[in-house]
Every structure is written in C-alpha cells, then in structure tokens.
Write a protein of this length. Structure first.
Lengths: 115, 108
C-alpha cells in the first residue's frame, strides 16, 4: 500500500502563473482532505471531497482556488494567478470513511514557492 | 470556531520525560488527536482520545479532560529521533483543527 501520494514535492511558480497540486489517496480511501500549512502556523483545513463531490470548501479562499476529485484519477488542488502569500506547504489526507479514531493518513505535502 | 493552544518550543535531554500541554476551545468536539511531524515530512498519527483519561501506547501517552478543555502528550525515555513538531488537533465531524505545534528538541 503506497500511502497517500502527492506530487510534485516542490513547486516553484512566478506570480500570476497557475499551480496544480495532485493527490492520490490510499487504496480504498474515498475521502480526501486538503490542508495548508504556512510557516510557523498550524495546518488549516481547506476542503473536503468525496469522489465527484465537494462536501465542504469552507476553508478555501473564494477566488483563485478550486479543488476536484474526479471519478478516475487523483484529486487536484488548483491555484490560479498565484501570489506570494500562496507560498506554503499543501498537505492532502485521506480516510476510508468520514473519519475514524485513527485519524487521517497524510501525504508528504507539496511545498509551493511563489517568486 | 476552534482555538487550540500549545507551547511553541520545548527542550529536553535524551532519556528524560517531556509533557506537552494543549488547551482547546471548540464549538462541537468529537475527540483529540496528537500527530508527530518531522521537518519537511507528513504528520503521522500518534494518539486519539475521545473519553476522559489516559491512553498509553509504549513510550507515548495522551491524556484528555473534556470538562477542562485540556490534553497533554507525555513522551518518556526520550530518544534523539523524537526531535520533531508535535501537533494537537481537535476533531469535529470530519475536520481537524490544529494548533501551531510544539517543537521538541532532544539533546544528548
């Protein structure tokens, strides 16, 4: 079982470009969560998805950010027209059900740097 | 909303014990998680408390008092590899609300 796979591990984008972050959940997991971690801050919830459905996107900025989890393929977090403030580590997590007492399994994250 | 507080840093000697405290104020509460995160890596699950009391798991133990909104993680027989950030997180439905983390440095 390969665990939660995120790619790329590191991503550098110039201001105004688009960033696409990919997450493949663990085998058998149908629930995906995206979190953002700014330097010296805790992980902040962004969005919760199930296959083809966004369940809760209350933590995601209304503009420039979008997420999807298609029937086939990985979950994608897309950031359009990136700004310096988007520089952060973006973690994806998955779980087999809503959440159980083993918590999520996190991926290793994508570190986005906007220059 | 969720408000999770934990100390920023702690330092201890190899073989010693360290206790990391966490206080939380949450609207809705289904349990308390502790995660370990090494620099540049994914957070990994350590423990989950939903009922009051102490849960022991080898060198690591976690305690919860729901009435006080308080938890602690106890690390015993510290090893150099325990140097990491320790994240306290409250659980409400499907969301984890994390504190900023406590960086523990273990010195020889």
């Amino acid at each position: 079982n390969a665990g939660v796979m995120q790619n790329p591990r590191h991503l550098v984008r110039r201001r105004g470009q688009e960033a696409r972050l990919r997450c493949s959940p663990m085998k058998g997991h149908s629930h995906v969560y995206w979190y953002r971690q700014l330097p010296e801050e805790g992980l902040k919830f962004m969005v919760y998805l199930q296959k083809e459905n966004i369940i809760d996107e209350s933590g995601m900025p209304k503009e420039r950010f979008s997420a999807e989890f298609p029937k086939e393929g990985p979950s994608i977090l897309r950031i359009q027209q990136v700004v310096r403030g988007d520089s952060a580590a973006y973690f994806c997590a998955s779980s087999p059900t809503n959440l159980n007492n083993y918590g999520y399994t996190f991926g290793s994250g994508t570190r986005l740097t906007v220059v | 909303g969720q408000n999770i507080d934990q100390p920023t840093e702690m330092t201890a000697t190899e073989g010693a014990i360290v206790q990391i405290n966490c206080t939380y104020q949450t609207s809705g509460f289904n349990g308390l998680f502790w995660y370990q995160q090494h620099a540049g890596e994914a957070p990994t699950f350590l423990s989950y408390n939903v009922l009051d009391g102490l849960e022991e798991k080898g060198r690591f133990s976690s305690f919860l008092s729901r009435s006080k909104g308080y938890s602690y993680l106890l690390l015993k027989e510290l090893q150099m590899k325990d140097s990491a950030s320790y994240l306290c997180a409250s659980y409400n439905d499907y969301k984890l609300s994390f504190g900023a983390g406590t960086t523990v440095t273990v010195r020889a």
